[in-house]
Design a binder for this molecule. Structure first.
Ligand SMILES: C[S@@+](CC[C@H](N)C(=O)[O-])C[C@H]1O[C@@H](n2cnc3c(N)ncnc32)[C@H](O)[C@@H]1O
Length: 418
């Protein structure tokens, strides 16, 4: 899986033909940034501009004559996006995406990321990037969009934007504060499956009218925010009507600012989803304002370093609740930090059971195995009484290299265990 990344903010420029263009410097790399995309055939890129609900396709060029293409051996690409009309002052989103040879579409696909490998005839997924221009100036973060499922009543009139989560990432070469394959694929899989009672009861069971979910090593917050976005539908599919849902994202303090900004960014989308589910449960969409409604899911952030967590030293938010579910993605590649991570899982399990004897914290762990040493995780989990089973494997085809895959595990441990 590769990602289109902006290496600097998009800027407005005027060409020597006095044309206004958006100037873009981008690269296409893996999540680790350790290899550049090297396609057999040049990959055509496309771009769209969206102001409110008005979208238009932009002419994209590498310079004033050649089409915008990414070729094997490239490390960066400077692009000019030609504007057919002046860029508006109101917020306008620029999206840059790969135009796959299989489908010649001029707009980015809205398919769930985890299904791309199958449906594109095994071509590799290139994750699009977006950025907001506000008052004709580029916002300092790039955006990744995760489609959430449309309404269960087959509402075709609603806008795709109402059914997506946007996550902000840092612009530039650093790979910190970016999304990673395991989180993206797992979030996409959960969101696509959230109305399947059979799938969700196995992975994310909702057994009561309240649920508490904590994410470890959240990064930009992709997995926890997605869980917050689907929890009402997941509960409804399992015959539960939630009255309370808490999702707490945690990481080290360097991640705090971006995670909090993404929580703020998600608020509108979360509110719209809860309202839809409330309406469907009530069966009378026009009258939802008059009906008693479930409360909004509370999505919050708190620092939690696993070196503290393994000692049972939690901040006030993590300490306040018994956690039904802990989620984490792409947190197990650094073997040195595995003891602290597993210790934190066990400490959260003990803490939750001590607050509520009916709670036995389960864990949803997503990983894209990168090297054999990561297997040490399962030994450490076993030593602390955790069982593990794979609930989903998603293959990730790659061009010119061995295919990879994302694995989603459920970890369980008996209540009251020390
Ligand atoms: C590869 S990133 C994955 C981020 C996110 N889960 C995702 O899937 O996009 C690993 C995350 O683990 C966090 N992390 C690493 N060591 C940690 C520690 N000792 N305590 C808490 N978080 C830690 C990092 O800050 C980083 O956000």
């Amino acid at each position: 899986m590769h990602y289109i990344r902006l290496l600097r903010p998009v800027s407005m420029e005027t060409t020597n033909r006095r044309e206004e263009v958006l100037s873009v410097l981008l690269t296409i790399t893996t999540d680790l940034g350790d290899s550049f995309f090297g396609p057999d055939e040049p990959l055509a890129l496309g771009a769209t501009l969206k102001t409110g609900s008005r979208a238009r396709v932009l002419a994209c060029q590498a310079d004033q004559t050649s089409p915008l293409q990414w070729r094997a051996g490239m490390r960066v690409l400077k692009a000019q996006l030609r504007l057919r009309e002046p860029l508006p002052r109101e917020k306008t989103t620029v999206c840059i995406f790969a135009r796959s040879s299989g489908d010649r579409s001029k707009t980015p696909s809205n398919r769930p990321y985890w299904r791309h490998g199958y449906e594109d005839g095994q071509t590799e997924l290139i994750v699009p990037v977006s950025v907001d221009m506000i008052d004709r100036v580029c916002a300092p973060v790039s955006l990744r969009t995760l489609p959430l499922p449309k309404r269960a009543d087959g509402d075709d009139a609603s806008n795709d934007d109402e059914h997506s989560l946007e996550l902000g990432e840092d612009i530039g070469e650093s790979i910190a504060r970016h999304i990673w394959d395991a989180g993206l694929v797992t979030a996409s899989f959960l969101s696509d499956s959230c109305r399947s009672a059979a799938v969700m009861a196995d992975i994310l069971p909702v057994r009561r009218d309240r649920i508490n979910v904590l994410e470890l090593g959240c990064g930009v917050g992709i997995l926890g925010t997605t869980v917050a976005g689907i929890i009402w539908e997941t509960a409804a599919a399992q015959g539960q009507s939630l009255v309370e849902a808490h999702v707490l994202l945690t990481d080290v303090d360097e991640a705090e600012e971006r995670a909090r900004a993404n929580i703020a960014r998600a608020e509108g989308a979360l509110e719209r989803r809860r309202t839809h589910v409330g309406a469907q449960e009530n069966g009378e969409e026009d009258e939802i304002e008059e009906k008693p409604r479930a409360q909004q899911v509370q999505l919050q952030y708190e620092n939690l370093d696993w070196d503290d967590g393994r000692q049972g030293a939690f901040g006030p938010l993590a300490a306040a609740r018994a956690w039904d579910v802990v989620v984490l993605s792409d947190c197990t590649y650094n073997v040195d930090s595995l003891p602290a991570l597993v210790g934190t899982l066990s400490a959260l399990h003990r803490h939750s059971h001590s607050l509520d004897a009916n709670t036995a914290t389960r864990v949803i762990l997503a990983t894209k195995p990168r090297h054999a040493s990561e297997e040490a995780l399962f030994g450490l989990l076993g030593e602390q009484g955790w069982s593990h089973r794979v609930v989903k494997r998603v293959p990730l085809p790659r061009v010119g290299a061995e295919d990879e895959g994302v694995e989603v595990y459920v970890l369980e441990r008996k209540g009251g265990q020390e």
